[in-house]
Design a protein around this ligand. Structure first.
Ligand code: KG4
Length: 360
């Protein structure tokens, strides 16, 4: 399907896979006319993580008023829509169902196609909203609260997982580390802040270790490297061991390490495995570009390190701005537009599921 006579194609993107309700209305995919996002973070913070049952209820409360808000901000009416794109996987099933049935109602009533979207694929298309068209092939890196993986992306729905996490996700690990350090939720931003402050301290940060007779370079990061012996043609992640290591270090109640030092140490170990996997994948497979997305990419230290790693392998590094790295409806509408234009969405499964399997 093509844009006929330059007539704009309006689409709606609905996101409710976890703890953000997002409803975006776009024109031709990448021009966003409305993109309200309601985050439930403040509610879940009191429990230190997302409570699935409450998440669905909060989506249910918000979704109808947000629909109205989106149409009024965009200045269009629902009968002007050409497609409805909605996240159907992976995510919390109760939460996904709220978005799915809202989308189903719109699609059935206005007799327009419903395009089921894989949330993880959509994250990689958030760059289109920032004006950077997706070009294949590319190495996709996704680091969020629920996923940590790298992908070979060769086309729409043409994605191969090269490496995934064996246990926790990177964002989840940062959230759990923050909880162990008595820091607020979500952990990523607060750990980033403390880590930066530690890194900026210069030489004086080693004084405590010297006083205790510690060997500077060995004592610098007290946490173990992640998957230190993984061969260079494997790209898996694992974050639960380092969380346990932090737990035992804190149990010892050593005064040597300040919370700042431990935040920095934890973040460094998490990013080290990310950079090692990305560098190995770029070196072995020679992708022309690296697209990195997901909530953890809001981290400026990581972005800088990835840009440097990409430069060393002559790879173009692309990542959406921080506000588009986290969950939103705009990326769902953008990917939905791609499928709508290609016309290859009829066979996509509408099954609402927590599974992140590709090609269903
Ligand atoms: O993609 P996202 O918004 O949604 C979910 O997966 O739910 O990612 C959320 C994750 C959280 O774990 C949060 O701690 C992490 O992204 N995050 C960050 C930063 N901002 C958010 N991690 C590191 N540095 C940040 N600045």
């Amino acid at each position: 399907m093509e844009i006929i006579n330059n007539k704009p194609i309006y689409g709606i993107g609905i996101e409710s896979s976890c703890d953000e309700t997002g409803i975006a209305i776009s024109q031709n995919g990448n021009k966003i006319l409305a993109n309200p996002v309601y985050t439930q973070i403040d509610f879940h913070a009191q429990y230190g993580g997302v409570v699935p049952e409450s998440a669905s209820r909060l989506h249910l409360e918000k979704i109808a008023p947000m629909l109205q808000e989106s149409f009024s901000t965009a200045g269009i009416t629902p009968d002007q829509l050409s497609y409805v794109a909605v996240t159907v996987r992976p995510g919390l099933v109760g939460s996904l169902l709220v978005g799915y049935y809202t989308a189903r109602a719109l699609a059935d009533f206005y007799e327009i196609p419903l395009i089921p979207i894989h949330h993880l694929e959509a994250h990689l298309y958030a760059i289109e909203i920032a004006g950077i068209p997706v070009q294949y092939p590319f190495l996709g890196l996704l680091l969020s609260g629920g996923n940590s993986a790298i992908y070979k992306v060769e086309g729409l729905s043409n994605i191969t997982t090269m490496g995934d996490t064996l246990d926790d996700a990177a964002g989840e690990a940062l959230d759990k580390a923050a909880a162990l350090l008595n820091l607020s939720y979500p952990g990523g931003p607060v750990i980033e802040k403390l880590a930066r402050s530690f890194a900026n301290k210069g030489e004086e940060k080693f004084d405590v270790l010297r006083e205790k007779g510690g060997v500077r370079n060995l004592a610098r990061n007290p946490l173990p490297k992640i998957l230190a012996t993984q061969p260079s043609d494997k790209y898996e992640f694992s974050f639960s061991g380092i969380k346990t290591a932090l737990y035992y270090l804190l149990e010892k109640k050593e005064k040597t390490y300040t919370p700042e030092h431990l935040a920095w140490a934890f973040q460094e170990r998490v990013f080290e495995i990310v950079l090692r996997n990305v560098t190995n994948a770029l070196t072995n497979k020679k992708f022309p570009r690296l697209v990195a997305a997901g909530g953890v990419l809001a981290n400026q230290t990581l972005k800088k390190q990835l840009a440097e790693a990409a430069q060393k392998t002559n790879t173009e590094f692309i990542s959406p701005p921080p506000e588009l790295c986290t969950d939103n409806g705009a990326m769902i509408a953008a990917l939905g537009f791609r499928y709508f234009q290609n016309g290859n969405f009829e066979n996509l499964s509408q099954e609402v599921t927590s599974s992140k399997k590709w090609g269903v």
